[in-house]
Design a protein around this ligand. Sequence first.
Ligand code: FES
Length: 76
Amino acid sequence: MSEIKHPFIVEEQPGDKWWCACGKSEKQPYCDGAHERLKTGKSPIKVTLAQAKKVAWCGCKKSKNPPYCDGTHSKL
Ligand code: FES
């Protein structure tokens, strides 16, 4: 899953979201616990949305503004 080179644009509903930071989750862009199973040494980032919102989640895991896409994927 670490070869993803695009963001995930999602119309999110309010609530807690856990963004996968390690790139190993099978449920991108969200954490599925893979970081613990595979001992990646990385932890997901939690985002709490107060209201529905469109989010551009980083898929490449190289963003300098995680968990959001900052365009870095276009230079990979
Ligand atoms: S997907 Fe755009 S910076 Fe990672």
